[in-house]
Design a protein around this ligand. Structure first.
Ligand code: ZN
Length: 307
């Protein structure tokens, strides 16, 4: 194999000479990608102009580290460190609303998390970056940690990361199908990637057994609650996900001595607060939390208990 590669490099050298080009000797190096662990430490000796090209086991190309078995573990570990350092920059202490926090999240964290995603998105180690992505959605929605993580991007109106990765891959495929591209003839079935992306997201959301779907049946719409003052936005998200500082939750987490409500009911659950409670009940119940009418908005701002 080394002989064949050296021969190919000699041909490449002739091409460079013909077109008066020069190979960068500091950047040119050889690398091998395979799953044969026995050969893991073997270094290729590829010659070019009577010199052996330096061998590199973890090649960085356009900012993406390519390891020998292409598991992308080391790249994803370094990406996690990068994201972890950026998440603390997103702090609601700025006094900004949910919409601004969402834009800052997309610009600072998601853009980095999606860089060159088609290369590594099928790695078994993509879960390494999930905690940071979930943290950013928690900062936007102010949901508590026990909130199901699949609810967070829906509330924050941020596309699910794995679907964004699929979209990036499909977009690459679409470009490859354009006339004149190398893979044009091989890819004979053009498809609408946008439509597929949207339907994948809708389909995935429609099958999720979650309470949030009562209030947000479609994922592709902007939620009007995002423009609410922060207090109303926080209470709204906690009422919709049913994870908040309700007495029943606090009792379950061992943070309160009783689950009883101020009105005398034995258990203060989310449904009790929204539908039944004599003190805190919302004016239009679940319907109000879906359509966010004026009365419910007023209730969220002034009457809703601190949950
Ligand atoms: Zn009550």
């Amino acid at each position: 194999m080394e002989g064949v590669l050296s021969k190919d490099m000699a041909m490449f050298g002739e091409y460079l000479q013909t077109w008066k080009l020069k190979l960068s000797t500091t950047k040119a190096m050889s690398a091998a990608f395979h799953l044969n662990n026995k050969e893991a430490k073997r270094e290729l000796k590829v010659n070019f102009n009577n010199e052996t090209l330096p061998f590199c086991s973890n090649r960085i190309y356009l900012g993406v580290m390519l390891d020998r078995s292409l598991t992308h573990r080391r790249y994803l570990e370094s990406l996690r460190k990068k994201l972890t350092s950026r998440v603390p920059l997103l702090r609601p202490g700025w006094g900004v609303g949910a919409t601004t926090l969402r834009i800052a999240t997309l610009a600072l964290v998601h853009s980095t998390a999606e860089y060159c995603a088609p290369v590594w998105c099928r790695s078994a180690h993509t879960c390494l970056i999930d905690p940071d992505i979930n943290d950013t959605s928690r900062i936007v929605t102010v949901c508590l940690r026990p909130t199901p993580t699949d609810n967070l991007p829906i509330l924050a109106y941020i596309h699910l990361v794995d679907l964004c990765h699929n979209e990036a891959t499909l977009s690459l495929g679409r470009r490859a199908m354009e006339p004149g591209q190398l893979l044009h003839s091989a890819l004979t079935h053009p498809s609408s990637a946008h439509a597929r992306h949207g339907s994948q997201m809708e389909c995935g959301w429609a099958n999720k057994p979650t309470r949030l779907r009562i209030f947000i049946p479609n994922t592709g719409t902007h939620h009007p609650g995002m423009t609410f003052p922060r207090r109303a936005w926080v209470w709204l998200n906690r009422l919709r996900t049913s994870v908040g500082r309700f007495h029943s939750c606090l009792y379950k987490w061992g943070m309160a001595s009783s689950a009883a409500c101020e009105c005398g009911a034995e258990e203060q659950t989310v449904d009790h607060v929204v539908l039944v409670c004599l003190i805190h009940r919302s004016p239009l119940g679940l319907q109000g939390l879906t359509v966010l009418d004026d009365e419910t908005t007023e209730w969220l701002l002034n009457t809703c208990p601190e949950i």
